[in-house]
Design a protein around this ligand. Structure first.
Ligand code: C2E
Ligand code: CA
Ligand code: CA
Ligand code: CA
Length: 278
């Protein structure tokens, strides 16, 4: 047993080194990613469920590292949070997204809004002035910006979240609770947050056509959103059956591969032109 243990150990060690060094490489790479122009945004359209009209886009961050290749946000965002880089990166994202929306507004698509994801670490008082400046520089009305914050990051520190949300609301921007249904927030809290939109997590949407429990949860979230007069968006809509169920339940907006994957801005402009029949 002892020798077997040692073999396992010897077998395992190189892998451990690899994991550690990738983490270290990601840390080092992230610190330079902005300066080296390795970050960019892709945009996924949101559609009204009735007319399939594009209401706006969600900005999603991408990183192509010279050394490591493409790294998913699921992998690098937690590292950015851990090393205190997410504020700077999040600031970059916000400015970039506002500038892109401004370009679309200037092309005449003035009804569009943009949704930007926020990390819990960004929920500090300076966020309000950062948002205000980003809107001012891009010359956008506050109503064109929606900030998405996950239910779990809100529930990390609900008291602080309420304070910041209230300040953000006075600017006139919209607030969405992201990944709704996964973060165990109580209804009493929900009532106290000045939010406009609930985004149902794609985990629930994935099996709504086959899993009764997921369908029931989705129905309940939509009913609750309606009774609280919140806009409700379903993310991760991949097929027609899911869309039909969501239509029956009168979900307001949908987002997902059935309509479009996240794309670069130029491709989104093509989408907008096609939708306008131009
Ligand atoms: P999220 O905000 O819940 O974003 C939805 C994710 O689902 C995106 O993954 C999107 O590409 C993917 N998706 C969209 N439609 C479908 C579909 O029909 N089926 C499936 N299976 N997936 C779909 P992505 O872009 O890899 O982002 C993952 C997560 O990383 C995001 O989840 C968000 O939490 C985080 N993230 C992305 N960009 C940012 C950012 O700028 N700042 C922060 N703080 N987090 C970000
Ligand atoms: Ca989101
Ligand atoms: Ca999600
Ligand atoms: Ca499921």
């Amino acid at each position: 047993a002892k020798s077997q243990g040692r073999n396992n150990y010897q077998f395992y060690l190189p892998e451990m080194n690899e994991v550690v060094s990738r983490h270290v490489q990601i840390e080092a790479g992230l610190k330079q990613a902005i300066e080296r122009n390795e970050l960019y945004l892709v945009y996924q359209p949101k559609y009204t469920i009735r007319e399939h009209k594009i209401t706006g886009f969600e900005a999603l961050l991408r990183w192509h590292s010279t050394e490591l290749g493409s790294i998913t946000p699921m992998e690098f965002i937690p590292v950015a949070e851990e090393i205190g880089m997410i504020e700077k990166i999040g600031h970059w994202v916000l400015n970039q997204a506002c500038q892109q929306l401004s370009a679309w507004h200037q092309m005449g698509y003035t009804e569009l809004n943009i949704a930007v994801n926020l990390s819990a670490k960004q929920l500090k008082t300076d966020l309000v002035s950062i948002v205000e400046v980003a809107l001012g520089v891009a010359n956008l009305p506050a109503s064109a910006l929606e900030l998405e914050i996950t239910e779990s990051s809100i529930m990390n520190n609900p008291a602080d979240a309420i304070t910041i949300f209230t300040q953000l609301k006075t600017l006139g921007i919209a607030l969405a609770i992201d990944d709704f249904g996964t973060g165990y927030s109580s209804l009493s809290y929900l009532k106290r947050f000045p939010v406009d939109t609930l985004k149902i997590d794609k985990e629930f949407i994935h099996d709504i056509d086959s899993q009764q429990a997921d369908a029931t949860i989705t129905t309940a979230i939509i009913a609750m959103a309606k009774s609280l007069q919140l806009e409700v968006v379903a993310e991760g809509v991949e097929n027609q059956q899911q869309l039909e169920l969501l239509t029956l339940q009168e979900c307001d907006q949908v987002q997902g591969f059935l309509f479009s994957k996240p794309r670069k801005a130029t491709e989104c402009t093509e989408l907008l032109r096609a939708a306008a029949g131009a």
